[in-house]
Design a protein around this ligand. Sequence first.
Ligand code: DLZ
Ligand code: SF4
Length: 516
Amino acid sequence: MSGALRLVLGDQLTPHLSALRGIDPAHDLILMAEVQAEATYVRHHPKKLGFFFAAMRHHAEALRAAGHRVRYFRLDDPMPCHSLGEAIARTLAEGRYARLIVTAPGEWRLLAEVESWAARFGLPVDIRPDDHFLCTREEFAAWANGRKGLRMEFFYRDMRRRTGLLLAADGAPEGGSWNYDAENRGALPEAIPAPGLFRVPPDDETRAVLALVAERFPDHFGDLEGFDYAVTRSEVEAAFEHFCRHALPQFGTYQDAMRQAGGAEGDVLFHARIALYLNVGLLDPLQACRRVEAEYRTGRVPLNAAEGFIRQIIGWREYVRGIYWLKMPDYAAVNFFEARRPLPDFFWSGETDLNCLRQVIGQTKRTAYAHHIQRLMVTGNFALLIGADPAAVAEWYLAVYADAVEWVELPNVVGMALFADGGMMASKPYAASGAYIDKMSNYCRRCRFDPAKKNGPKACPFNYLYWDFLMRNREKLRGNPRLAMPYRTLDKLPEARQAAIAEDTRRFLKTLGEAA
Ligand code: DLZ
Ligand code: SF4
């Protein structure tokens, strides 16, 4: 009797994966493959590649230890596979299988490819729902159906009700409010130290992966040294435990803060750095939320921390994934502002005088990680203000962050950071001047620009870029009620000041290597 061939992708590393349900260990074969095409369709950060391949190899070992047969293609095999399709073709040439079973991939591009396999390989392909999420694509579509705006907040409340997380006995939200976002914006005093990050030293298998990545992908942006990610379920559990004990109590208050510090202390602050583990299936989102809720119930962490964490996971994370599948493939091409500027070269080097950008890009290069405000309000805000091409910006984020899979990265970049969907996700563009960055970080104190200066060579470029962005896009944004105040301020600016803003912007954009 020929069994089934069951494909497990690099971000499907859960033992209870839908593609493995009902598996017959005696006859079925699990296929996993490190392939050149997935490693290079964007030039992923070397630490991201190291993480994916190391986690895949350790997962294959765990599956074997659980009694399964696994065919695993490595990139350092004598005959590596170029693509997932090739890995399937070669496995089918090695043995007979009655059907192919796949859990739906998280990316539109790959799902389209999987859908072509039945015809290509001449066997039935069973595409099962992706069960890494709490809200299915169909449930999200039903929620969105007929709504005018698709705001996260209302979706999040439904998810709280559905999961029962942080609900009081009468079904009301714990503490009386659904959302404590206003208590997530504390500036971080220099005197408050952040707990050290949980680091996992690479084992022999991971070191072999890192050597392979160093050899095969030497020209990808990012450093490989200092690789410290967890790559197994037990390591991930330990990393999450460390977060819950040491960082979670202050996570809520300092969620949006940024800090330049000696060493790596500022890289993570009070964040969990678990998105990459959630996104490949090494950490279960609901279990993580229940653990955080328990910390609150026992009184070890305040409500603003527990709610802030749970909102990110069952709110934002599920919501952006829903938006992605609701709007793809058109979402990849949205460009509300018709922004066409190429991404400045310094996004690939960190070499810029704007200290906030230098710090965030430098950290990204070192670690393949930056937290949400660094991504949204420093690099994202800057890309929005200069009118960078959304597709180029999205490609950058997809390449450089270890947690970036397209379903999460694309809506966050084009919808949230760049407002390129014209306001489907966000009610106004997240445009901000230097004052915001100065309030939330210590970057400005170490910068050659002055966040208090509005114009001239010493002025923080975010200041004039912000007003120029509003002037340039007046027609598209003037009617937005949430921008009524800044437009009133702009209208009152003397003509000479408006001209200075335009001139400073022109001069600055020229330094990016492009005429304004
Ligand atoms: C991101 C990634 C990388 C770098 N490499 C592989 C790989 O070699 N094999 C694989 O099965 N998956 C890989 N992935 C993940 C996929 O590119 C893709 O992003 C997800 O499977 C989409 O859900
Ligand atoms: Fe960034 Fe402006 Fe602050 Fe410099 S002054 S760090 S450019 S916000």
